[in-house]
Write a protein that binds this ligand. Structure first.
Ligand SMILES: [Zn+2]
Ligand SMILES: [Zn+2]
Length: 168
């Protein structure tokens, strides 16, 4: 593999650098500002809870994690929609009807998801260099065949979680 190809592969594979937390809030404020939206206490509470979580959260889980004064249930949905629109928060599709939310990848880190068909849980799973290399190869092949330029990927592993397996 020549250096140019390796360089491209690596830049495509590179996990986004997780920004320091002060920069996280600056970045969120800028993204909201671009939509003429303010970074309110309620929105900051959502960002802080999602940043601390180790998996995507449903709205009830978000509210559980919040100080009731900083995040009212009545405004949580509207605030989440604004954060999704601003590219701060990403809505994660699951195997059940619940919407789950996480910070956008550029604001957190690159990972994949484990989706349980039994209980609908969604867990984050760290990726490996080996898997990312294999995906980069697959993306390059798909790109050569289709002319489609691949800029990122999402992988959901679907199955049965340990809790559901031990219950059956
Ligand atoms: Zn399960
Ligand atoms: Zn990956």
């Amino acid at each position: 593999m020549d250096a140019g190809v390796a360089g491209n592969t690596l830049s495509w594979m590179a996990a986004p650098q997780r920004p320091p937390r002060a920069e996280l809030h600056d970045e969120v404020e800028q993204r909201l500002g671009a939509l003429e939206q303010r970074y309110t206490t309620g929105r900051r509470a959502i960002v802080e809870i999602l940043d601390a979580a180790d998996r995507p959260l449903t709205v009830p889980e978000l509210l559980d994690g919040a100080d009731a004064r900083s995040l009212a249930a009545s405004s949580a949905y509207r605030n989440l929609n604004v954060l999704v629109e601003a590219g701060v928060v990403h809505r994660v599709a699951g195997t059940d009807d619940h919407s789950r939310f996480e910070l956008a990848e550029e604001l957190s880190d690159h990972h994949h998801h484990l989706l349980c068909r039994g209980c609908g849980s969604v867990a984050d799973i760290k990726t490996s260099t080996r898997l990312e290399r294999a995906l980069a190869d697959a993306a390059r092949a798909a790109s050569e065949e289709s002319g489609f330029e691949v800029t990122s990927h999402r992988i959901d592993l679907v199955g049965t979680c340990a809790t559901c397996r031990s219950a059956s």
